[in-house]
Ligand binder design. Structure first.
Ligand SMILES: [Zn+2]
Length: 378
C-alpha cells in the first residue's frame, strides 16, 4: 500500500494509481483542471449543448438528477442561469434525513423547480441492500443502480434531450486521463464506474427472493431503447470547474442548509447529509481499502490549497477511527438484523491479503500513513 506524496490517498482506492513521480491520479486530475483544460472553450461547448437541447425540447430541456445536496442546488442554479427548463429527478433513499428532506423541499420552492421524487418499495430496497451487503460488502449498490437508471429512463420516455450530472468522478477523484477529460456519462461509463461492483440488475434476480418485477425500477434503458430517442448525458463538472466549497457557497446563498450540528462522516459538514445510510458506504472502505472518508475530504482540501499534507495528517490523527454508530444502528433496524450481523459481515470483507495484517487480536495496516495510529478498535 503506497500513498500519494501530494495528498493522503492510498493506491488501494478504486481509480487511484500513482505515476512515476509518486503523484496520484486524483492530484493529476487537479492538474488537468488547473492547467490542461481550457474552461472558456468548455463553457462555449456547454452553450452549444444548451442550444441543441432547446431545438429538440418539447417542454423540459433537461433532467438534473438531484438529492437535495449542495451539488444538486448548484447544478440546478447553473442550468437555470443558462436558460434551461429543468426537471429535477430524485431517487428517494429509504434513509432520507430530516435535513435532506428540508433541503429538497427548499430547493423545489426557492428554485421554482418541477420535481419527481421516485420511491421504490422499501421492502425491495431492504432485501436488495441486505443482499448487496452480504455478497459484496457494499450497501450502496441498489442506491447507485437506482440513481443512474431512473433519470435516464425518464429522459428517454419523456423525450427530454439532456441529462446533466454533477462532477466527473474520474476528474475529481482519480482515473485515467482520457476519462478525466471526457464529458459524457453513457451506458459504457455506468457499467465501468457505476459503483455496482461490476454487477448488473439481472445478477440480483433470485437473490433474497428478488424478482424481475421487484427490480423494475433499477432497469437501465438498453442501447436499442436509444434508437428512437437518445438523450445527451453530460457531467456539469466537465464544463465548469468543480469546487465543492464554491458549490456550497453558491447553494447556501439560495437557501441550502449545512449540517453543522451533526457530522455523519468525513470532515465536511456540508456533504453526505441527505441519507442515513451513506456513511456506511464510506465506512466499509476501511475494511476493503484501508482508508476513511476523511482521507477523501482532506485530500481535496490539500489540492485546493486549503490545508497542507502535514496538517491533514495531524487532523486525521486527532480524529482517529470514526465509526458511524448511529447510522449502523439505524441500518440494522431498517434491515431487521442484529448489529452483530453488521460487524460480522464487515469483518468478512476485510482485505487481509493486500491491506491488513493480524497480530494476535489486533488488525493493523503495514506502512499506514500515521505511525502511531491507535489500532485498538480497528
Ligand atoms: Zn494525490
Amino acid at each position: 500500500m503506497r500513498y500519494c506524496k501530494r495528498c493522503i490517498l492510498p493506491d488501494t482506492r478504486p481509480g487511484i494509481f500513482l505515476d512515476n513521480e509518486g503523484v496520484c491520479s486524483g492530484c493529476r486530475g487537479h492538474d488537468d483542471k488547473e492547467i490542461t483544460i481550457n474552461w472558456a472553450r468548455r463553457a462555449a461547448a456547454f452553450k452549444e449543448i444548451v442550444a441543441e437541447a432547446k431545438t429538440h425540447s418539447t417542454g423540459y430541456d433537461c433532467i438534473v438528477p438531484v438529492s437535495g445536496g449542495k451539488d444538486s442546488w448548484y447544478q440546478v442554479i447553473t442550468c437555470q442561469q443558462y436558460g434551461l427548463k429543468v426537471l429535477g429527478v430524485t431517487w428517494r433513499t429509504p434513509g432520507r434525513t430530516g435535513i435532506g428532506q428540508r433541503n429538497l423541499d427548499n430547493m423545489i420552492s426557492r428554485l421554482s423547480l418541477d420535481h419527481i421524487d421516485f420511491t421504490i418499495d422499501p421492502d425491495v430496497e431492504r432485501r436488495f441492500m441486505i443482499a448487496a451487503y452480504e455478497r459484496k460488502g457494499a450497501t450502496a449498490i441498489p442506491m447507485h443502480m437506482a440513481l443512474f437508471a431512473i433519470p435516464i429512463r425518464f429522459a428517454v420516455q419523456m423525450r427530454i434531450p439532456l441529462v446533466i450530472w454533477g462532477e466527473n468522478p474520474q476528474l475529481e477523484f482519480g482515473g485515467e486521463q482520457v476519462e478525466r477529460l471526457a464529458t459524457e456519462l453513457d451506458l459504457h461509463w455506468i457499467a465501468k464506474h457505476g459503483v455496482t461492483n461490476q454487477t448488473a440488475r439481472e445478477d440480483w434476480i433470485g437473490v433474497k427472493d428478488l424478482t424481475n418485477e421487484d427490480l423494475a425500477a433499477y432497469r437501465l434503458p438498453l442501447e436499442s431503447d436509444f434508437r428512437s430517442f437518445a438523450p445527451k448525458s453530460i457531467f456539469l463538472g466537465s464544463f465548469f470547474k468543480w469546487n465543492s466549497f464554491e458549490n456550497t457557497r453558491v447553494s447556501a446563498k439560495h437557501g441550502f442548509e449545512s449540517n453543522a450540528a451533526n457530522l455523519k462522516t468525513g470532515v465536511w459538514h456540508f456533504a453526505d447529509i441527505d441519507c442515513h445510510f451513506i456513511a456506511l458506504h464510506h465506512f466499509l472502505k476501511w475494511y476493503k481499502f484501508g482508508f476513511l472518508r476523511s482521507f477523501d475530504n482532506l485530500s481535496v482540501q490539500i489540492r485546493y490549497g486549503l490545508t497542507t499534507r502535514e496538517d491533514a495528517i495531524r487532523e486525521l490523527r486527532e480524529k482517529g477511527f470514526q465509526v458511524p454508530n448511529d447510522d449502523i444502528t439505524r441500518f440494522c433496524e431498517f434491515a431487521d438484523k442484529p448489529e452483530s450481523w453488521f460487524w460480522e459481515t464487515a469483518e468478512s470483507f476485510r482485505n487481509n491479503s493486500e491491506v491488513w495484517r493480524r497480530h494476535g487480536d489486533t488488525w493493523t495496516i503495514p506502512g499506514f500513513l500515521i505511525d502511531d495510529w491507535d489500532w485498538t478498535h480497528s
